[in-house]
Design a protein around this ligand. Structure first.
Ligand code: LLP
Length: 417
């Protein structure tokens, strides 16, 4: 079963929307990322429609997939962009984002990043420590700006997700505790060049139950209530991203359920509600297509050695993440066998799947590694001096190469002997 309805079989050949996957890989080769524009559009529309009864703005979390064309797809739908670094800020601007639709995030922003955010007059900078607030104030003063700042509050709730992507527990490095945040908000008058305009949280990623969001929102509402009594005027209530998706057998809440649960809690706060979804909008829009280089077996296992690796899709290696794998061509007569699907990199941790039941693979067959639209290409690396993969955006019956495969000249251009 394919998770995304935008990848389907026709006569046993895999298509993305109306384009045969073969047509794309004939041009760009493998490994290659393919994304469905229709999926991006449908997911964004589903999200924004669920919240149309309240003032809200979606700031697409560019970290999940920062290809310019992907960012632009969301901008064209009316989205803002949440950027986590100077590099993402530059990408958002280059994709055409207006600075008043950009929010600058990051637990460790450099002075240079803060200055860039201020120079461009982004809607809001999210500060994660007291020192950062004072630094923003200094930089804003030097540059004759008033910085609009949101404090990221760490509500200390368990998002019940992988520990590496849980961010709202007291033990995590993110944000400030409720008490600390209150004491920082209380000092607004001391800050000549900072105006607190927002309150922010982001409790983790791939969260599949609503309860942790509700718990965290309730804590932030309390902060908001107290802060208002300090005469600090909060305009933006930012509840972050983190909405989980289906990779395997998870049953994430629907966006409609999410909206029904949180709208009554937020509608009276008098703020614009900000969301920063990444994975929800992008994960199931994409697949990584790989080709079998070799098949082999040892006394324990069958292996498909494919041309895609941890350098292309890191999630299985570092989080043990499951990505569904399907053949690009179905051969109904072939048997189903159990495989480890592994890449060419010199690490035993270089795998895309383990003990996976798949249609028997033969040399040169193609497989699609599904749900790879989020945290796929953006986490790719050049380890083993491998070139990063091309990316392709499908739109109906046409497609566009939105990033070409890296060249070795490009990989060597900033080194000399
Ligand atoms: N806002 C902030 C402040 C974030 O840190 C993140 C993700 C998001 C929004 C978007 O979260 P999403 O809606 O995509 O869950 N590499 C990991 C995911 C790391 C998420 C980091 N922060 C993975 O592959 O699962």
């Amino acid at each position: 079963m394919l998770e995304s309805t935008n990848f389907t079989y026709r006569n046993d050949r895999l298509y993305c929307e109306d384009v045969p996957v073969h047509e794309i890989i004939r041009e760009v080769g493998t490994p290659a990322y393919i994304y469905s524009k229709r999926y991006f559009t449908e997911r964004y529309t589903e999200f924004t429609q669920a919240f149309n009864s309240i003032n809200h703005t979606i700031f697409y979390a560019a970290k999940s997939n920062f290809n310019l064309n992907v960012i632009k797809t969301f901008l064209d739908l009316g989205s803002g962009v949440d950027v986590n670094s100077e590099g993402e800020l530059i990408r958002a601007l280059k994709a055409g984002a207006s600075p008043d639709k950009i929010i600058l995030t990051g637990v460790g922003k450099t002075p240079r990043e803060i200055k860039l955010g201020l120079e461009h007059d982004v809607l809001m900078i999210k500060a994660e420590s007291e020192e950062e607030v004072y630094l923003i104030n200094d930089i804003a003063r030097q540059n004759h700006k008033i910085a609009r700042v949101a404090l990221r509050v760490n509500p200390d709730v368990d998002a019940q997700t992988h520990p590496y992507i849980s961010t709202g527990l007291a033990e995590n490095k993110f944000g400030k505790s409720v008490d600390d945040a209150l004491s920082v908000y209380a000092r607004e008058k001391e800050l000549s060049n900072v105006k607190f305009t927002g309150i922010d949280m982001h409790i983790g990623s791939q969260i599949v139950t609503i309860d942790p969001f509700i718990e965290a929102i309730e804590r932030l509402k309390e902060v908001h209530r107290i802060v208002s009594s300090f005469d600090v005027h909060i305009e933006h209530f930012d509840i972050g991203g983190g909405i989980g998706v289906k990779y395997k057998d998870e049953s994430p809440f629907t966006i409609k359920d999410f909206a029904d649960a949180i709208i009554p809690r937020l509608s009276t706060c008098g703020c614009d509600i900000l969301f920063e979804p990444g994975r929800f909008l992008t994960a199931n829009a994409g697949a990584l297509i790989v080709q079998v280089l070799y098949t082999k077996r040892n006394s324990y296992k069958n292996f498909l050695v494919v041309d895609g690796a941890m350098t292309d899709l890191l999630r299985p290696s570092i989080y043990g993440s499951y990505h569904h794998i399907v053949p690009v061509d179905i051969y109904p007569k072939r048997e189903i066998k159990s495989y480890d699907v592994v890449g060419p990199v010199c690490e035993s941790g270089d795998f895309l799947a383990k003990n996976r039941e798949l249609q028997e693979g033969k040399q040169n067959d193609y497989y699609a590694v599904m749900s790879a639209g989020a945290y796929g290409m953006v986490m790719a690396s050049n380890y083993n001096a491998r070139r990063r993969s091309p990316e392709v955006l499908v739109d109906g019956s046409s497609y566009k190469v939105i990033r070409s495969r890296e060249t070795f000249e490009y990989l060597l251009y900033d080194e000399s002997i």
